[in-house]
Design a protein around this ligand. Sequence first.
Ligand code: PMP
Length: 443
Amino acid sequence: MSTAPTRMLEPHTPLYLDTPPHVITEGSGIEVRDAEGRWYVDGVAGLWSVTLGYSEPRLVRAATEQMNRLPFYGSFNHRTNDVALALAADVAEISPIPMGRVFFGNSGSDANDSAIKFARYYHWAQGRPERRKIISHHCGYHGTTLAAGSATGLSHIHHGFGLAGDDFLSAHCPDPLHPASRGMSEEEQVDWLVRDFENLVLETGPETVAAFISEPILGAGGLIIPPAGYFARIQEVLDRHGILFIADEVITGYGRTGQMFATTALGLRPDIITSAKGLSSSYLPISATLVGERVSEVLAEGSRQIGTFGHGFTYSGHPVAAAVARETLAIVRERDIPGHVCEVAPHLARGLEKFRGAELVRDVRHYGLLGGVQFDPEQAGAEPGRLGQEVLEAAKQRGLLLRAMGDTVVFAPPLIITPGQVDEVLERFTAAYDDVLASRRRQ
Ligand code: PMP
């Protein structure tokens, strides 16, 4: 007999908890209300994803109108719907790489599974079926399905599920605070990371590697911003060995970095880009896998050998999700959301920088509307992860929802946040920090 307080198998949650979950029932602007009637500023935009906030009427209207006109038609067997086709053209217009085609799915995980399959198909179509392996980072997060979960470099995602295995290899986390690179200059760190990356490729055999997948800024691994020049040097290794580059822009896509894509912000040259979350401001599930021209052409050639392209989901290009995504992109472009992010981000950065060197704090990081304050359990004599949880709980008490990745508390507010609202987030965070500090000093 189950004693759980809920019948839902809650994702990313310890299933043995005997307390009820925190239930959110309503949202408005950048705030959400819980079942007890308390309002919170949402410092993490749901799951880094509600870029336009919780009450954008144009998105509601787009969904309603499309529901009335055509609630569903799929995209298999060369029959599709007008909205999916129009969204593909919209995405092509803003793509930061010369895009051949875009594939639509429903989640970040399935976008990454698709990208991994496309990379293998690309090599197979050119007579190299042994190029199957995927390289990712130890602290990278790409989802939880079989392939994306295997590429994710966080062990709790693998345990018990039989993920990872021989086809998935992990390179060092490009973390400037990596213990093995302590004391190195930024340049030396890049040299070390790149040397290690190329050794990994050489040891496993370049002729067996299909692709490297990475987030431009690593989110769920603890907001890791790779050292300057890292990706350019990795790209040289990839080019040397004929390995494709998949940029996972599920968090960074559609404005969060102050550019439409982090690919542009960081000068990356990916062959495939995966995206989801901000594509529809999360009002409905939809993902887009942007396939570069060269790869697209080879996929088409490959499908000629089989007679079809054996990949796709019932809900690929779902017309209601596609209508909401089209409207989201229209708003992002009309209101110049990336430009707005460039204006507000320095505000968040300045506020977070005040915590650099503060008691209990190990590091402060930020890029666009992404921020992280890493706490130091050693200073506090606390177990790893404990301080992150304490700050999170204190912030909740102060009316601010955040997330903690270990001891790094992350900020990823809706992109429509104003400078005044950034101040409010920072004030509440400061109060929460003071609460934790005071309680720690009492212990
Ligand atoms: N990639 C990245 C970078 C992510 O942050 C996430 C989810 N947070 C995913 C992929 C997986 O997306 P989903 O949960 O929609 O499957």
